[in-house]
Design a protein around this ligand. Structure first.
Ligand code: UD1
Length: 423
């Protein structure tokens, strides 16, 4: 398995292009299942999770053509051949559950493996299932699979009132509702930019949706959806990650394609830590010139709050802040697995349940460390940029699920980061 070698202590200067959002693309791709016309996605990121979703859709009969090195995806589901998402694919990537709503809406049935646990907690899918039941779906859990069928005459509109905010469950029911008979109201809906992006794409396909980006989304079902082309929104998590690179090791980086409205809560915290952020004509420019950053407290929340997917990277910054920072993880249990690895680099962190207290140290020291999940792996690379000496981040396959050419992007702005091929 490959490792990433980081030599710390080099200031950064230059531009980093921000790719299309992984999490948006992973929900836009299954939207193809709703229509027999082609769906073309531009600005797609080139990541292994996108390949996994491609495989899953192909196994259902979708034709997927990749153009421009994978940045343009053409998806056509005019002749679906299956309705089953196999355990072998679902266990690799939880986002596979996003085929459930569209299959049910278009084909009237679906069999999707239950995803099981993952490194950052149990992550159930009960909210996806109960939301689809509100549209009339009949569900049966057998052999580790959800067997779902729509009533004769298809799904029908209904009121879905989520007890807690779920991005994936909102996406699944939003897609299903586009073809349901009548009106669906989704209450306590997730407000993430990826939801807005999905709604825009579905509208381009002919869906009738209002209220995306607020907590109530209304969908008026239509008979059929049409061909469309949609540009994937910028990846706010990749953006936040690269904004942290100069914040951690000094210098500046201009993130091309970055938008403040995607990362406002995160920018407030960077600002409080003493990092300079400027909006430019092409994106966001982040710089840090002298002195230590200030400690700040961070609590993760659904959008528009501070994203859980930037918590590990933010912790890497706060390890060398002047003072004591408190981090509170409110979305996922067990999402501080990067803390013991950061401690191997000299960080002082005390984790108690969903709270971590980080006492800033003057300097981190390079060490061999192990990546436990996607965002944890990149937080260790960021920490390595600030550390004295060399850091080797082992087991980086998680990284390739969510970051396009990380060593090239960081290398282009002056970081010493290289990939060491595994044996
Ligand atoms: C998505 C993102 C992930 C991000 C997360 C929160 C994708 C592919 N992944 O994941 O990167 O970290 O949003 O911003 O877009 N929950 C339930 N039952 C359910 C569904 C969720 O209890 O049926 C819980 C989860 O365990 C978690 C919380 O709800 O504690 C939020 O999860 P959710 O928003 O659904 O995350 P994902 O859509 O899986």
């Amino acid at each position: 398995m490959d490792s990433i070698l980081v030599e710390g202590g080099h200031e950064l200067a230059g531009e980093i292009p921000i790719a299309g959002a992984k999490n948006a693309c992973l929900t836009l791709m299954p939207a193809t299942l709703l229509s027999d016309g082609p769906l073309t996605l531009t600005n797609a990121p080139r990541l292994s999770d996108i390949q996994t979703m491609t495989q899953l859709l192909q196994s259902l009969g979708t034709e997927v053509t990749q153009m421009q090195g994978g940045q343009v995806l053409s998806l056509s589901s005019h002749a679906l051949t299956g309705t089953r998402a196999d355990y072998d694919i679902v266990r690799k990537m939880r986002a596979s559950i996003l085929v459930l709503g569209p299959l049910l809406a278009r084909e009237g049935r679906a069999e999707v493996s239950l995803p099981g646990g993952c490194a950052i907690g149990a992550r159930p899918v009960d909210l996806h299932l109960s939301a689809l039941e509100k549209l009339g779906a009949e569900l049966d859990l057998r052999d580790g699979y959800v067997h779902a069928t729509a009533p004769s005459g298809g799904l029908r509109g209904g009121i879905v009132d989520f007890p807690l905010v779920s991005v994936g469950a909102t996406e699944n029911v939003l897609m299903a509702a586009t073809l349901a008979r009548g009106t669906t109201e989704i209450r306590n809906a997730a407000r993430e930019p990826e939801i807005v992006d999905l709604a825009e794409c579905l509208r381009a396909m002919g869906a009738r949706i209002e209220g995306e980006g607020t907590s109530t989304i209304t969908v008026e079902g239509v008979e059929a959806l049409s061909p469309a082309t949609h540009r994937v929104v910028s990846d706010r998590i990749e953006l936040g990650t690269y904004m942290l690179a100069p914040a951690i090791c000094g210098g500046w980086v201009e993130c091309i394609g970055g938008r403040m409205d995607l990362v406002a809560a995160f920018c407030e915290k960077l600002d409080a830590a003493g990092i300079t952020i400027e909006e430019t004509a092409r994106g966001l420019k982040v710089s840090r010139h002298n002195g230590r950053v200030r400690a700040v407290d961070v609590a993760t929340e659904p959008f528009p709050g501070f994203p859980t997917d930037l918590q590990a990277q933010m912790m890497a910054l706060l390890c060398t802040a002047d003072g004591v920072s408190r981090l509170e993880e409110n979305i996922f249990e067990n999402r501080f697995m990067h803390a013991p690895e950061l401690m191997r680099m000299g960080a002082r962190i005390d984790v108690q349940g969903g709270h971590a207290t980080v006492t800033g140290v003057e300097r981190l020291k390079g060490a061999p460390v192990m990546a436990t999940d996607l965002r944890a792996s990149v937080s260790l690379i960021l920490a390595g940029l600030a550390a004295e000496g060399e850091t080797i981040v082992n087991r980086v396959y998680h990284l390739d699920r969510g970051y396009e050419r990380v060593e090239e992007k960081l290398g282009a702005v002056g970081a010493r980061v290289s990939r060491v091929a595994g044996r």
